[in-house]
Write a protein that binds this ligand. Structure first.
Ligand SMILES: NC(=O)C1=CN([C@@H]2O[C@H](COP(=O)(O)OP(=O)(O)OC[C@H]3O[C@@H](n4cnc5c(N)ncnc54)[C@H](OP(=O)(O)O)[C@@H]3O)[C@@H](O)[C@H]2O)[C@@H](O)CC1
Ligand SMILES: [K+]
Length: 198
């Protein structure tokens, strides 16, 4: 599906079911957490990278839910960014939890990745509007060079939902992608198939 069709689908669900977008985000996060807690039983520690849009909002909600299930959680974000309203709600909720450490993206360079730390990419999803550059390009390149298991939420960051990424564009190298609703058009573009993992 294209990003526009996905947005229309979300709008249809919101208009025809008594559901608010924040509830859709909560549902999406719950589904991710169910998969993660079943499939990452041997991992205790998660480093979750959250952008300022709704993909980041999913990441904040996932962080809260995994923490409630007893996992150790570190969240990386740009706390000064202007968040989407649903991301802001989940970010505020996360800040109330004293057991979760919230760090700035640049602190990743001093972070001690345990070999069993799982990296979760909730930087960008269907709202990516241009290739990654500067801070985000460097961050994703840094994360791609770690040997940790990597999970992308909805789409690997840097991958457009319905367009081919330019040659050489930096894209998060996910082992697994937990994609919402239907398969996205981008997953069928042969050159990009190996970026999404399973
Ligand atoms: N719809 C729903 O109801 C549900 C949606 N869900 C989730 O929402 C996700 C889509 O969320 P989203 O539309 O907020 O977009 P998202 O990918 O988070 O990023 C947008 C932000 O990134 C920015 N930006 C873009 N490119 C950039 C770049 N290269 N470098 C830097 N910044 C860049 C962009 O800024 P701008 O382009 O305006 O400059 C904007 O601020 C979807 O994938 C799914 O995970 C689920 O919760 C289920 C319910
Ligand atoms: K993502």
């Amino acid at each position: 599906m294209t990003a526009e069709q996905i947005k229309k689908g979300d709008r249809y669900t919101i208009e025809h079911e008594p559901v608010f977008s924040i509830q859709l985000m909560e549902r999406a996060a719950e589904a991710c957490v169910t998969w993660i807690s079943e499939n990452c039983k041997n991992h205790r520690n998660f480093a979750i990278f959250c952008g300022n849009g709704n993909n980041g909002g999913d990441g904040f909600a996932i962080a809260r839910m995994l923490y409630q299930k007893g996992f150790d959680i570190d969240v990386f974000t740009n706390s000064k960014a202007k968040f989407s309203s649903d991301a802001q709600i989940n970010f505020r909720e996360l800040k109330e939890i004293s057991g979760i450490s919230i760090k700035e993206f640049k602190e990743v360079r001093d972070y001690r990745f345990d070999s069993r730390t799982v990296i979760i990419d909730a930087l960008f999803g269907t709202g990516l509007s241009r290739p990654l550059e500067d801070e985000f390009k460097e961050l994703v390149e840094f994360l791609n060079n770690t040997h940790n298991i990597k999970i992308s939420i909805d789409l690997p960051s840097g991958l457009f939902a319905d367009a081919v990424s330019p040659e050489g564009a930096v894209i998060f190298k996910a082992d697994y992608t937990l994609s919402f609703q239907l398969w996205k058009k981008t997953f069928f573009i042969r050159r990009q198939e190996n970026m999404r993992g399973k």
